[in-house]
Design a protein around this ligand. Structure first.
Ligand code: S3P
Length: 431
């Protein structure tokens, strides 16, 4: 479905951030791994997280959706049922990468995971390597891509250094580690989001962090009874960017998750002189079982260009397309480095951002590991193809609101993967 986004009047009012996608996936998976029923409040009801509920049902968990919560009665850590057919992860990369960690520990049982055409071009060799070291057998198409078959085994604890920072891969290993035969340690080159570690701590697991390394000790069971999913800073980022770019705007955005491993975009935006008031979590060095939230007060203002360095990439990974968009309006040259992982997301987000924004009149070029954009203070508008990617669709819509001539987004329905009410929320705030 195509939709035009016209230059907008000022955005005003209040919004509650939609529930966090990353944390919803984890809540459903850990809920299904627990032995006692788990209540999850504020679960995200969107395409990706519906795939996770379908997957855990196929594995033997019961899921009841009530008005204000979902309740999952899990199978326990080691008693997953073998489904008779492949598990369909749809478009959900997080599910595709995390779930095999749990399945690898199901001794003597086999599972196949598959998904949509975009999932079939996203590499899974990065989980095949550590899970094979732990003793499971896995087969990916061409050794690298879904469909992925996992033959479960009794797992060995390992120490593993991730070649690239990835919360999905780290989480996969941590889930496998729960049922291994000792303490497993995972190291990452830069710190990625730590929602899995926090939730495991909450579930009574012995998990600790030492700098870039996380260690998990195996357990018999997870003890969780209630979880609340906070608002999603990545979804909120699209509304925040619209507010910063559309003259005269001022918004209050409530319940935004401000875990420091997710606040990279807000830190970059503040450095660009964007007006975003509200407390963000600071890195403490200690692992916390909590997911902090804040209410943010955002206003339109002029922006200055910035350089985003590689270590800043993981905490802002899903919002980097917005950094490019903000860069179009900022004074000076905005550069993002060390972001080659963007090529492996729901679409090649380096190519999509550069070609998409250039088509709207931006002065932007791709580099090997990111992009460089020279700000001109404005954007003409035109047509942007979302390429089936929710974050590209939402970026196109925000670009339209801030442009001179409007933007037609090809494939706006992709936004439903993470933020089903996105278009309605924008329309309400602009009314
Ligand atoms: C996610 C981690 C990130 C992110 C994705 C969600 C997660 O991917 O891009 O949207 O929930 O763990 P990587 O861990 O592969 O960087």
């Amino acid at each position: 479905m195509n939709m035009r986004f016209e230059p907008s009047r000022a955005l005003a009012g209040e919004l509650r951030a939609p529930p966090d996608k990353s944390i919803s996936h984890r809540a459903a998976l850990l809920g299904a791994m627990a032995s006692e029923p788990v209540r999850i409040e504020n679960y995200l009801h969107a395409a990706d997280t519906a795939s996770t509920l379908q997957a855990v049902r196929a594995l033997g968990a019961l899921v009841e959706t009530r008005k204000d919560e979902i309740v999952i009665r899990g199978t326990g850590l080691r008693d997953v049922r073998e489904p008779g057919r492949p598990i369909d992860v749809g478009n959900a990369g997080t599910l595709m990468r995390m779930l095999p960690g749990w399945l690898a520990a199901q001794d003597g049982r086999s599972f196949t995971l598959d998904g949509d055409p975009s999932i079939r071009r996203r590499p899974v060799d990065r989980i095949v390597a550590p899970l094979s070291q732990m003793g499971a057998q896995l087969h990916a198409s061409g050794g690298r891509f879904p469909p992925l078959t996992v033959h479960g085994a009794r797992l060995r604890a390992i120490s593993y250094e991730l070649p690239v920072a990835s919360a999905q891969v780290k989480s996969c290993i941590l889930l496998a580690a729960l049922a291994a035969d000792g303490a497993t340690t995972v190291g990452e080159p830069e710190r990625s989001r730590d929602h899995t570690e926090r939730m495991l701590l909450r579930a009574g697991v012995n998990v600790h962090r030492n700098g870039r390394h996380v260690t998990v000790v195996n357990v018999d069971e997870l003890i969780l009874d209630r979880l609340r999913v906070p608002g999603d800073p990545s979804s909120a980022a699209f509304i925040i960017a619209a507010c910063v770019l559309v003259p005269g705007s001022r918004l209050l955005i409530g319940d935004v998750g401000v875990n420091w491993t997710r606040c990279g975009f807000l830190r970059i935006l503040r450095r660009m002189r964007g007006i975003v008031l509200g407390d963000l979590e600071e890195e403490t060095g200690e692992l916390s079982p909590h997911e902090p939230v804040s209410d943010l007060d955002v206003a339109h203002g002029t922006l200055e260009a910035t350089v985003v360095e590689p270590e800043e990439v993981p905490p802002a990974i899903d919002e980097l397309p917005l950094v490019a968009l903000l860069g179009c309006f900022a004074e000076g040259e905005t550069v993002v480095r060390g972001a080659q992982e963007l090529r492996l997301k729901e679409s090649d987000r380096i190519a999509g951002v550069v070609e998409g924004l250039r088509g709207l009149g931006a002065d932007i070029e791709a580099t090997e590991d990111g992009f460089a954009v020279r700000g001109t203070g404005a954007l003409r508008g035109g047509v942007l193809d979302a390429r089936g990617d929710h974050r590209m669709a939402m970026m196109g819509a925000v670009a339209g609101l801030a442009s001179r001539e409007g933007v037609e987004v090809l494939g706006i329905e992709a936004a439903a993967v993470s933020y089903p009410r996105f278009v309605e929320d924008l329309a309400r705030l602009a009314a």
